[in-house]
Design a protein around this ligand. Structure first.
Ligand code: FES
Length: 224
């Protein structure tokens, strides 16, 4: 078949155009791709519960230090960072925050908290990172009046999104939406399907650490 000069030129211009388009399109497409998956740095992993740096809190001068039970008086609450290496695989996070509280000792806290003050108080950690309803962050509230029941309450976790109320002293066995048993601060009212899970803690080298024995209790809000 004869290739005319005119036909050859048309083909050459078409090929050059396609090349230029490709050169421009690849970087443009790259900018549309999601960012690469973050990999946690194992060197930064820590089982210790370390104070979050927060100004205006009683622990503001302890930011980054390991929490100790002696630091707390009854009903002191601190937000602590926790980043054991298992967290990435189990929950997809490098580090999460928990509420660490010294509460009056009650049945149900055995093997979950760290006893203090001759057994009268216990250090407990609660998964305030995500509410089991729709994943907001419950906040410790020393005193309040429920807008659902109208009753007054003290020393509860209140979820700001839909006002679920959790009692940190009543740690009971709950059944989550997948049928798993979860030890959690009892749900008193509100739309959450069950209580606010606890994270078992222990004492090591004079400081507090979180245990990874029950990461399944924290698997909700899309975590499976
Ligand atoms: S997200 Fe907590 S009550 Fe809805």
């Amino acid at each position: 078949m004869d290739i005319t000069r005119r036909g050859f030129l048309k083909g050459a211009i078409g090929l050059a155009g396609a090349g230029m388009t490709g050169a421009l399109t690849v970087p443009a497409l790259k900018s549309l791709l999601p960012p690469p998956v973050t990999r946690c740095n194992e060197d930064n992993a820590h089982e210790t519960l370390t104070y979050k740096s927060e100004s205006g809190k009683w622990y503001e001068n302890k930011g980054g230090k390991v929490a100790k039970k002696e630091d707390f008086k009854l009903w002191d609450v601190a937000i602590v960072n926790w980043g054991p290496k298992e967290l990435e695989e189990e929950l997809g996070s490098c580090e999460i925050q928990l509420a660490l509280v010294k509460v009056p000792t009650e049945a149900g806290m055995e093997n979950l908290g760290v006893s203090d003050d001759g057994g009268n108080s216990t250090m407990m950690a609660y998964h305030t990172y995500k509410c089991p309803h729709l994943c907001c962050k419950p906040v410790f509230t020393p005193e309040g009046t429920s807008t659902i029941s109208g009753g007054d309450y003290s020393n509860m976790f209140l979820c700001p999104c839909h006002l679920s109320l959790f009692d940190p002293v009543s740690v009971i066995k709950n059944i989550d939406e997948q049928g798993r048993e979860v030890m959690a601060a009892e749900l008193l009212e509100g739309p959450a399907p069950y209580g606010l899970p606890v994270v078992p803690i222990a004492e090591k080298d004079g400081g507090l650490i979180g245990l990874t024995t029950h990461l399944d209790w924290l698997k909700y809000c899309g975590q499976g």
